[in-house]
Design a protein. Structure first.
Length: 327
C-alpha cells in the first residue's frame, strides 16, 4: 500500500494505527527514495490503550515524530483529528466489526455516500477515510475483507455504487489468501483518490483500475504466504503506469492480471468490484504443436504411466504377501 500511494510529502494519517506499522513503512519508503523524515507529518489514532502506548514507544525509538492524540480513543465516536485533511491515509482496520457503535453515529457528517449498516463497520471505515482525505490531493489505501467488493446487505451495495458514481474509487487489488498470521482469508486493497484530475498524474475520471494479484506470492510454510519485492513492484508499477506517473512506463491491460474499466462497464456488473470480473482469464501461450500430434504424445505417455503403475502394484502386493498380509 505504501509503495502504491507513495507518501513523500504531506500529512499521513492512520485512523486505526495499531502499533504504528504503516508509519514505519512510510518512513522506510522515504529513506529508500532519498526523502527526509521531515517531509511527512504523522497522525494516528488507536482504540486499545495498550496498543496505543506500544505505538508511541515504537515510533519514539525510531525517531518518528507523531501526533497519536492525547489519549487512546474510538475513531468513530471520538475522532481526535476531526478537522484533519490528509494527503495520504493508510489503514488496516479490523474486518466486519459488528459492535462499532453505529447506532450512536447515525446522521454523521462523514457518511457522505450513505449510512453504513449498524452491524458491519467496513463502509464506516472507508467513509471515515474518505472524510479525512484532502479534497484536491488526497489518496488513501485501506485493506478490506473481500465481501466489501460485492456485498448487497444492509445498503452496502448502495454505498459502494455512490462511491463509484462520485468517482472516488481509483483502484481495487484482489490479494491472495494466507498473507496474515491472524487470519488466512484473502483480502482486497481499496485505493481512493479524491481528485482524479489532480497533477502530476493524468486525468483518469470515470475510470477504475482492477488488479487481480491472487496468484502472486510464495508459501513460506504450510499456512503463510509472502509477496516478494518483485510481486509488490509489479502491482505498484501497474498502478503508477495507469495513473500516468513519470518513469513508470506505458500502461496496458493484461488478461488475467489488470484491466482499466469505465464506469459504464462497472455499472453493467451491478457495481460489483471484484477484479476477477474485469481482468478475465489469463492468456495461454500456444506451443506450436499440432493438436493431433500432442494427443498422440500425451496418450503414449499416459499408457507408459499406467504400465508403470501396474508394475508397482504387483511389487507392493508381492511385498505384503511376504509379510503375511497378502490379498
Amino acid at each position: 500500500m505504501v509503495e502504491m500511494i507513495e507518501p513523500t510529502k504531506g500529512r499521513v494519517f492512520d485512523p486505526c494505527c495499531g502499533s504504528g506499522g504503516m508509519f514505519v513503512q512510510s518512513e522506510k519508503f522515504l529513506e529508500a527514495h532519498g526523502g527526509n523524515a521531515g517531509d511527512i507529518s504523522v497522525f494516528g489514532q488507536e482504540f486499545n490503550a495498550t496498543t496505543w502506548r506500544l505505538a508511541k514507544m515504537n515510533l519514539a525509538i525510531r525517531g518518528i515524530e507523531a501526533n497519536l492524540g492525547h489519549t487512546f480513543a474510538d475513531s468513530f465516536r471520538n475522532d481526535l483529528h476531526a478537522t484533519l485533511k490528509a494527503e495520504y491515509v493508510l489503514a488496516n482496520p479490523p474486518f466486519n466489526v459488528s459492535d462499532w457503535g453505529g447506532d450512536r453515529c447515525k446522521g454523521d457528517a462523514r457518511w457522505q455516500f450513505g449510512e453504513p449498516p449498524v452491524g458491519n463497520a467496513n463502509f464506516a471505515w472507508m467513509q471515515h477515510i474518505l472524510h479525512h482525505l484532502h479534497p484536491q490531493s488526497g489518496v488513501g489505501a485501506v485493506v478490506m475483507a473481500n465481501g466489501s467488493m460485492s456485498s448487497q446487505q444492509s445498503g452496502e451495495g448502495t454505498i459502494r455504487q455512490a462511491m463509484v458514481d462520485k468517482d472516488v474509487v481509483d483502484c481495487l487489488v484482489a490479494m491472495p489468501g494466507q498473507l496474515f498470521y491472524a487470519t488466512q482469508i484473502p483480502v482486497c486493497v481499496w485505493i481512493f483518490a479524491k481528485n482524479k484530475a489532480a497533477a502530476p498524474f493524468r486525468k483518469r475520471k470515470g475510470e477504475v483500475l482492477f488488479i487481480d494479484a491472487r496468484k502472486l506470492g510464495t508459501l513460506v510454510d504450510r499456512v503463510h504466504r509472502e509477496l516478494s519485492d518483485e510481486d509488490i513492484a509489479r502491482i505498484a508499477r501497474t498502478y503508477h503506469a495507469w495513473r500516468g506517473e513519470k518513469g513508470a512506463g506505458k500502461y496496458a491491460d493484461v488478461a488475467g492480471f489488470c484491466k482499466a474499466a469505465k464506469l459504464e462497464e462497472i455499472a453493467s456488473h451491478g457495481y460489483v468490484l471484484t477484479p476477477g470480473r474485469y481482468v478475465g482469464a489469463e492468456e495461454v501461450e500456444e506451443d506450436g504443436e499440432p493438436f493431433d500430434e500432442k494427443m498422440k504424445r500425451l496418450t503414449a505417455t499416459l499408457a507408459q504411466q499406467f504400465a508403470e503403475g501396474q508394475k508397482l502394484e504387483k511389487e507392493i502386493k508381492k511385498n505384503l504377501a511376504s509379510l503375511g498380509y497378502g490379498f
